[in-house]
Design a protein around this ligand. Sequence first.
Ligand code: ATP
Ligand code: MG
Length: 282
Amino acid sequence: MFPVFRDRKEKIKIIRRVIFNQKGGVGKTTITCNLAAISAVYGKKTLVVDLDQQCNSTHYLLGRGTNDEEYTIADYFEELLRIKFRRKNFDTYIHKTPFPNLHIIPSHPDLGDLHGKLETRYKMFKLRDSLDSLTQFDYIYIDTPPALNFFTRSALIASDSCLIPFDCDSFSRSALYSLMENVNEIQQDHNSNLEIEGIIVNQFQQRAKFPIKIVSEMIADGLPVIDTYLSSSIKIRESHDKALPMTYMDARHKLTRQFEELYCKLNSSSDKNKNRSKGKSR
Ligand SMILES: Nc1ncnc2c1ncn2[C@@H]1O[C@H](COP(=O)(O)OP(=O)(O)OP(=O)(O)O)[C@@H](O)[C@H]1O
Ligand SMILES: [Mg+2]
């Protein structure tokens, strides 16, 4: 696969990240939307793609009751199943959020009904091709459902990086090994660009012994744990409820600062490259 550049002269690569863990409730949506919001606050044009029929990222960034959104990711996949000479431009599915620089391709509950047909008709590479056609973004974050299915495979095929949220639970820890094998299989068979960028420790309780023990064992085992741990905070519920990512709800909150630190760790080299190329092209 060829990397996507904003334009040939600038050679700025669009970074695509999938946030993936087959286990439910580990923080995929929370991490996707908060990293994307921080990226947008830092002035980067950012897109969130919501591939989960629960539509949690869609509700988090657009507000509740938005299942009547026109042109969702379900419409996009539905159109792929129709025989057409001309398909809608992929930009049609991109919506503005209330937050500057932050856009979303919303999800829809109908997505679940399309799964079987999309799989039998081999549409797994289409999302990658469509994302290849976008040139206006710096970062793309893809939120996925809690399953290894057509949609998560499509997202893994379409991404350069995979971030794995981990909720400090011992069952989740044993599941990490098979999860990483699944990602590696997709990397070997379909997407040689894909790398596991790291495991994100979420809902970390600094004062409890068990999370400290489990995370140190994972590090000792050689797992790629990112050394910014996201604290457990009740504020996250309020942030979801108000449809306000943490950086907008409470910019000085401990968890907001942890998200910022995580964003900076993940992007320091790519942001430098982007800024350097922008400087040159002025
Ligand atoms: N750091 C945190 N502190 C406290 N609560 C959190 C934190 N991160 C996530 N949560 C809570 O955990 C629950 C699950 O989070 P989230 O929806 O982000 O997980 P998910 O992996 O996307 O779930 P699903 O697999 O169902 O899509 C939510 O109720 C959220 O408020
Ligand atoms: Mg989710």
